[in-house]
Design a protein around this ligand. Sequence first.
Ligand code: NAD
Length: 311
Amino acid sequence: MKKITIVGAGRVGETVAQILAEEELCREVALLDVREDVPNGVALDIFQTSPFFHFDTQVTGSNDPAIMSGSDIIVVTAGFPRKPGMSRSDVLEANLGIIDSVCDSAVKYAPDAMMILVSNPVDVLTYRAQQRTGWGPRRVFGQAGVLDSSRMAGFIAMETGFSAHDITTIVLGGHGDTMVPLPRFCTINGIPVGHFIDEERLEQIIERTRSGGAEILALRKTSSAYDAPGAAVAAMIDSISHNRRRIMPCVVLLDGEYGESDIAMGVPCILGEKGVEDIVELDLNDKEWTMFRESVAYIRSDLEKMKEIAK
Ligand code: NAD
């Protein structure tokens, strides 16, 4: 991959840029931000880690959206994070205009790129970016479930003492209180997680996963999470740039899959060099369907809010 532009050189954007550079997932990482000089400073700082991490990735920064030119991927982390006590939906109004302007620049300067949305509320803003760019559902998608799944895996590792590396988890639905963790599909090196953790304790882990972002926000106080979110985005890009075709939950526009249309939300996707290559439809049981539909209802109400604001 030649070039990846990260829009928003804030906490998440900087973390993504550092990992992409270190792992040489592309030839050039570009950072774009509206704060004067800041993306240039972040880029220099990251590049100066190259002697320690032995990478040759170029890292550049600018306030000019033309820096997007020639990008294979645009990662959108621009916008306001929530503050303690806020939900992700509370930053919708502030972030909608930002996403629109980023999309317009992307269409102008990088018409062949794919776009990964991170800014919150990510389900609604992925839908919006999809509409605004007109790039199609395979090229415009969002990060939510990769992070939520990693949080659940982390909690299971803490509970059992087993390697997080061996733990497979999957979380679908919206990125918020109505996310849909699927313990039935969770394993530790192939062994169903229920073999090690009883149902009541697993339920507590699921609840902690649902409020995983809020827990970190409350502890950090002045910042929402950015280490694991940045790593989640980098993992998606790794699957794309190496065409690994990993199955990862992505926020994607549904067109009949899971019985839903005209909504973007988290479902398992095959991520390869062309972006979202396919959606995997799981055979959910009654309890899982109930959670999934609650998540759909929540996102649809946010979508209505977004349409009102956008009028
Ligand atoms: P941050 O405040 O540290 O960084 C945001 C950056 O965006 C700032 O540097 C700001 O100057 C920049 N920005 C604002 N408008 C811009 C524009 N028009 N063009 C370019 N840059 C612009 O925030 P953060 O902690 O990095 O979080 C960024 C976003 O990501 C928030 O909306 C947050 O809620 C979201 N987030 C999502 C997930 C997820 O899993 N999807 C996880 C963590 C954070």
